[in-house]
Design a protein around this ligand. Structure first.
Ligand code: SAH
Ligand code: SF4
Ligand code: F3S
Length: 444
């Protein structure tokens, strides 16, 4: 008797860390049902695209990729193609009608149904499931690591978002905010440590509002951070993302208390103008934001602060833009992700405001923001010259097999000549040179 050959799946992931973490959940669900993961797209029987809708450009990239898949399907008509994630959720059946090559559409809360959806697609029927859930957290599913460096891993601690920033698709693509059972998070962190991982990043759109309640038991974010930090001194803990309105003193104090909670906070500001922040529905002012920065600087010496900035939001004036540049200088961000505003269907901004900043103005403002951030990042890295940091080795440097690269607690990339230590071990490195992106040093 010949054994039935397992069908092979290949997942491509776009978008944020949460999506990468979700792809690991998908891989786990499919493996448990007897499917086999494969790295090579051309060997796959099933190709899954885990997609992002955050900006128009993100969706354009995915549509381009679908064009390529059309040629693959022509060569291999038995190929099953599935669209997962935020774009699947946002566009639902419309995209399936438009892109006839799609066999499956599954939103972020439908991954447990994938084996059934694949079976349906296998019998020639199109399969779609984009129902969002109020309580799905995939807590019991042990993610299967894909493309892992074996040193650092993501752990999702919550899903969804209810902040409804007026420009943002996430609340529509990911649904209600819900927190995951803390015991399952702690178990996952412990398992990862036993497997050799030395850094976990706790993920959520707004981790500071993490809240678990079961009977009399409750757990908030500072409590969860502490439990993970106490697992082992050699396990580093990071988290993303913090919303400025929810980053309280308790979290700041918890970061200060434990050396293995990394001294790096990602605190997206989006704009330095109160008028724009109000229109964005961010629920804090420029002054409140800068107050949080001062609290961090006072309580956690040497803490790195990074941010996200959107330029060219509806009605943004030159004066508003100058206020963003001023705030960047005052906050002295160590790094920043910067974006031109991209209007998204169904959002509050699309429905109520005019996307009225001309493209060339958005571009010029973005250039000014990027150039200022380069100065700030370079200044931040030059302040580290002569300092010694504990670096967690992640692997060989891309530029030279004689060098390692790793990160310090501040999440800065550090490159240095190889030592006897291996990836996953810590080494003290003294910083000799710096660029705006990298610290270069020697082990000491
Ligand atoms: N939950 C996180 C970030 C999620 S999305 C937070 O609240 O900060 C990551 C970043 O994408 C956002 O911080 C924002 O800067 C950017 N972004 C979101 N929607 C956007 C849009 N419509 N146009 C341009 N950038 C956007
Ligand atoms: Fe989007 Fe705002 Fe939620 Fe972040 S907090 S995911 S920007 S709605
Ligand atoms: Fe994109 Fe969805 Fe993440 S829209 S940024 S993949 S939550």
């Amino acid at each position: 008797m010949t054994e039935k050959k397992a069908r092979k799946f290949h997942i491509e992931t776009y978008g944020c860390q949460m999506n990468f973490s979700d792809s690991e959940i998908v891989a786990s669900i499919l493996k448990a049902e007897g499917f086999e993961a494969c790295q090579d797209l051309l060997e796959a029987d099933i190709v899954l695209l885990n997609t992002c809708s955050i900006r128009e450009h993100a969706e354009e990239r995915i549509r381009k990729r679908l064009h390529y898949f059309r040629s693959l399907k022509r060569k291999n008509p038995g190929l099953t193609i599935g669209l997962l994630g935020c774009m699947a959720e946002r566009t639902k059946i419309a995209l399936m009608e438009e892109e006839q090559l799609l066999d499956i559409i599954a939103g972020p809360d439908s991954y447990r149904h994938l084996p059934g959806l694949l079976e349906q697609a296998g019998s020639g029927q199109k399969a779609i499931d984009t129902i969002l859930s109020a309580d799905e957290t995939y807590a019991d599913i042990q993610p299967v690591k894909i493309d892992s460096n074996g040193v650092s891993a993501y752990i999702s601690i919550m899903r969804g978002c209810e902040n409804f920033c007026s420009y943002c698709v996430v609340p529509y693509a990911r649904g209600q905010e819900r927190s995951r059972d803390p015991e399952s998070v702690i178990r996952e962190a412990k398992d990862l440590f036993l497997q050799g991982f030395r850094e976990v990043t706790l993920l959520g759109q707004n981790v500071n509002s993490y809240q678990w309640k079961a009977g009399k038991e409750t757990m908030d974010f500072p409590g969860l951070l502490e439990r993970i930090a106490l697992l082992d001194r050699k396990l580093r803990v990071r988290f993303a993302t913090s919303h400025p309105k929810d980053l309280g003193d308790e979290v700041i104090n918890m970061i200060a208390k434990y050396p293995n909670i990394c001294k790096a906070i990602h605190l997206p500001v989006q704009s330095g103008s109160n008028a724009v922040l109000d229109k964005m529905n961010r629920k804090y002012t420029r002054e409140e934001y800068l107050g949080r920065i001062r609290a961090i600087r006072n309580s956690i010496p040497g803490c790195a602060i990074s941010t996200d900035i959107i330029t060219g939001f509806c009605d943004e004036t030159e004066e508003d833009h100058q206020q963003t540049l001023e705030l960047m200088r005052e906050a002295a961000f160590d790094s920043a992700f910067t974006f031109k505003y991209s209007e998204r269907p169904q959002t509050i901004a699309q429905e109520q405001y005019d996307d009225n900043v001309p493209a060339e103005v958005k571009e010029r403002r973005l250039r000014e923001i990027i150039s200022l951030q380069q100065e700030l990042s370079s200044a931040s890295n030059h302040r580290d010259l002569g300092e010694t940091f504990e670096v967690l080795i992640e692997g060989e440097s891309k530029r030279s097999d004689k060098q390692y690269f790793g990160r310090n607690s501040q999440n800065k990339v550090v490159v240095f000549p190889k030592t006897a230590q291996k990836p996953g071990e810590y080494v003290k490195v003294s910083i000799k040179r710096a660029t705006s992106a990298t610290l270069i040093g020697e082990a000491c």
